[in-house]
Design a protein around this ligand. Structure first.
Ligand SMILES: NC(=O)c1ccc[n+]([C@@H]2O[C@H](COP(=O)([O-])OP(=O)(O)OC[C@H]3O[C@@H](n4cnc5c(N)ncnc54)[C@H](O)[C@@H]3O)[C@@H](O)[C@H]2O)c1
Ligand SMILES: CC(C)(CO)[C@@H](O)C(=O)[O-]
Length: 309
């Protein structure tokens, strides 16, 4: 199975590196950057969670016209870039089974809308990764990966893709209902991301301080009501989010990192999407609305604090 990995950032590089190291035919579908140049020149240097480092050769293509035929494409651009990436790489995606393990609501639906003839797979991953310098990616944490058929033909090869990932050391379970997995991860993200980004605290502060605990609980409980109104069984998402905040206590959340570096955040696919879906369900979402607006305001200032037009 030839796997294309769309987006050579932290997660795309991690997954492409693990797949290539396992012997799977793998191509990174990427924008040209210092990182992709370093991978082409010297290979991808992949730091493992145990501190060891391996160098892996990974094919990189930056022009959709030169991309090989892929059986499956794993989408790993930020959710802010999903729509543009689909248009740019449409020739490769059209004949492939497309899978998203991105965070946030709306990515799978965007793929289904753009590629209505093809089967779309979706799910979540608890692996974590960071680009440390061009060509160097650290596998920051391991965890489970869940993948299932989102929409489209029933014959999309989810078992084959899951087996290919598992053989590459990314243990992947096939799930019957990926919507539940995606919503559960979104609930964790709405409990942690905006609060830590705005308060500039590490994830652990949300379980160590009463104010943090209150923000976590209110943001998650409100979003969970929306998920339940959509018929999704979310379990006890406050307890789950607390567990994740404890386990990642010393991490700066992705939204905090994005805000501090002046990059676009995934707020629209997280708190923003919760607010839109709450309004479709006639439910209030004042906590997520306020968090989303504060993040948008902070984003509009950029990292310099001088403000954007
Ligand atoms: N980093 C993590 O630990 C982690 C963990 C779980 C899930 N996720 C999710 O995975 C997704 C990717 O996260 P990331 O941390 O790897 O982001 P990232 O910013 O490191 O990487 C995204 C990459 O996509 C590339 N890109 C954007 N538009 C493109 C296009 N049109 N064509 C080709 N490449 C394009 C960017 O150049 C960038 O290299 C997000 O939804 C994130 O929430 C991240
Ligand atoms: C789980 C999580 C909140 C840990 O930092 C992560 O998904 C993130 O930072 O987006």
């Amino acid at each position: 199975m030839h796997v294309g990995v769309l987006g050579a950032g932290a997660m795309g590089s991690l997954f492409a590196g693990r797949l290539a190291a396992s012997g799977a035919e793998t191509t990174l579908l990427a924008h040209a950057s210092a990182h992709t140049a370093a991978i082409r020149d010297d290979g991808l240097r992949l730091g493992r969670p145990d501190g060891s480092r391996a160098t892996v050769g990974v094919d990189v293509v930056t022009d959709p016209a030169s991309a090989p035929d892929c059986d499956a494409v794993l989408v790993f651009v930020k959710s802010t870039d999903t729509a543009d990436a689909i248009e740019e790489w449409r020739p490769v995606l059209t004949d492939a089974t497309v899978a998203t393990l991105q965070n946030g609501l709306g990515n799978a639906a965007a793929l289904v809308a753009a590629l209505p003839e093809d089967g779309v797979l979706a799910g979540t991953t608890s692996h974590g990764a960071v680009v440390e310098e061009p060509g160097v990616v650290r596998h920051a944490g391991t965890g489970n990966t869940r993948l299932g058929r989102w929409d489209g033909p029933n014959d999309a090869p989810v078992e084959r893709l899951a087996a290919t990932l598992s053989s590459a050391g990314i243990d992947t379970a096939v799930v019957a209902d990926p919507r539940t997995a995606v919503w559960r991860k979104v609930l964790v993200n709405v409990g942690i991301n905006a609060a830590t980004a705005l308060a500039r605290v590490e994830n652990g502060a949300l379980v160590e301080r009463e104010s943090g605990e209150r923000l976590l609980r209110r943001a998650v409980s409100e979003a969970a009501r929306v998920a339940r109104a959509e018929g999704v069984a979310v379990g006890d998402p406050v307890a789950e989010t607390r567990r994740v905040a404890e386990r990642t206590a010393s991490n700066a959340s992705s939204m905090r990192q994005d805000l501090e570096r002046g990059r676009a955040t995934e707020v629209e696919a997280l708190h923003g999407a919760v607010v839109s879906r709450a309004s479709e369900q006639d439910l209030p979402a004042p906590v997520n609305r306020t968090l989303a607006d504060l993040v948008r305001l902070a984003e509009s200032q950029g990292s310099s604090g001088r403000g954007q037009p």
